[in-house]
Design a protein around this ligand. Structure first.
Ligand SMILES: *Cc1c(COP(=O)(O)O)cnc(C)c1O
Length: 375
């Protein structure tokens, strides 16, 4: 049946020809976001290794690396495989593997690219060491430390030292330093509060580094930071590498963070195009993008134009309800609307491709190759 269904967009199309629902990237805004972050990292002598778990798209990773990123982060071994297959030469899985089999996938990938990952358990070190020995490859292994998030990572210095020593004991493994990420703080609304949490987190990370130093183990890098905290992480004196990801796109949830006075901020560049499919009700209209087009963990999508006269007020599987605000006009049947997703990461995972636009035209259609790669 696919012969009946054309692609969502083709390069050269005008915007009206983009089928819906579509995940659409405003290329000039996206490129400004990439440039801002890279310049900021350079100015602070920080390595930048953007997180790819949001976009899952090799073309985006290539654009980040072309601007100076040293490689990318991802979260899953299968995601790493998709990026390596697309020619990304340096991939860091900044998450623990859950089985010896997955350690094996990473060790095999290491024959084709520079692969690193992190651990918080001696058994993971063993899986990785054995796998690398079997494959005849090398892996760089960092230790994840808990700097306040309270999810993964070792919480005390003796556990860190035991892991670092164990990693060093394997000739196939290189101790890569510390994974120090605090996810919860990224979405704390108040900038003052984010600064306070980031400062405490950096202090904990710094204590871990000192514990290594006192034990005579050098710490090649400290990596972490997300879009909400990079401005603080970069000046902490602890981090050497930043791994923000959402900054390239932004979303409604990051839009609700307070950015007043921030050392750097970013613009929304990722939209879902939806089309009005029913106006029969009169008091509202219905668009063709619902729960299967937007992740809802961070709330409803919001209109890209603040003064458009309507709001996305209700959602079900394939439907979205637009209601007028302040006596505003609703769009007509067949009209396209632009929406900012609540949370970009799980929204990307709902689409096969990104439609890149510039000056009113489709410039490119990029495959989201690691879409669904959750293993
Ligand atoms: C998601 C994630 C990031 C990036 O966070 P953003 O908020 O998307 O910038 C960085 N590091 C780790 C470990 C993550 O899971």
């Amino acid at each position: 049946m696919t012969f009946l269904i054309p692609p969502v967009a083709r390069p050269g199309d005008c915007l009206h020809a983009v089928d819906t629902p579509a995940l659409v990237l405003d290329l000039p805004g996206f490129e400004r976001n990439l440039d801002r972050m890279q310049k900021f990292a350079n100015a602070h002598h920080m390595a930048l290794r953007p997180h790819g778990k949001a976009h899952k798209c090799p073309a985006v990773a290539h654009a980040q690396i072309a601007r100076g990123a040293g490689g990318i982060c991802c979260q899953k071994a299968s995601e790493a495989a998709a990026f390596v297959a697309a020619g990304i030469g340096d991939v860091y899985v900044c998450n623990e593997v859950a089985s010896p089999e997955k350690a094996g996938w990473l060790a095999r990938l290491a024959a084709k690219a520079t692969i690193s990952t992190c651990v918080d358990d001696l058994r993971q070190v063993h899986w990785l060491g054995e796998a690398a020995r079997r494959c005849g490859t090398r892996l760089t292994v960092l230790v994840e430390v808990d700097i306040g998030h309270g999810r993964c990572g070792v919480a005390n210095h003796p556990d860190l030292l035991a892991l670092a020593r164990q990693i060093t004991a394997w000739p196939e493994l290189t101790f890569g330093g510390l994974q120090a990420y605090h996810g919860q703080m990224q979405h704390v609304r108040s900038r003052t509060e984010r600064r306070r949490i980031a400062t405490e987190a950096a202090k904990r990370a710094s204590d871990f580094v000192h514990a290594l130093r006192e034990a005579g183990i050098s710490c090649p890098k400290v990596t972490g930071g997300g879009t909400g905290s990079v401005e603080f992480d970069a000046v902490s004196g602890v981090y050497t590498e930043l791994q923000a990801g959402s900054y390239a796109f932004m979303d409604a949830d990051y839009g609700r963070d307070e950015w007043q006075g921030a050392a750097l901020s970013f613009e929304p560049a990722l939209f879902v195009f939806a089309r009005v499919m029913s106006t029969a009700a009169g008091r509202h209209v219905v668009v063709d993008a619902g729960l299967k087009s937007f992740a809802m963990d961070s709330g409803l999508p919001v209109a890209a134009e603040a003064d458009c006269g309507w709001t996305y007020a209700g959602i079900s599987d394939e439907h979205g309800i637009l209601k007028p605000v302040n006596g505003g006009q609703l769009p007509e049947l067949g009209q396209t609307v632009r929406l900012i997703p609540g949370h970009v990461d799980p929204t990307f995972n709902l689409y096969d491709e990104i439609v890149g636009i510039r000056e009113g035209r489709v410039e490119c259609v990029w495959e989201i190759s690691a879409r669904g790669a959750s293993r």
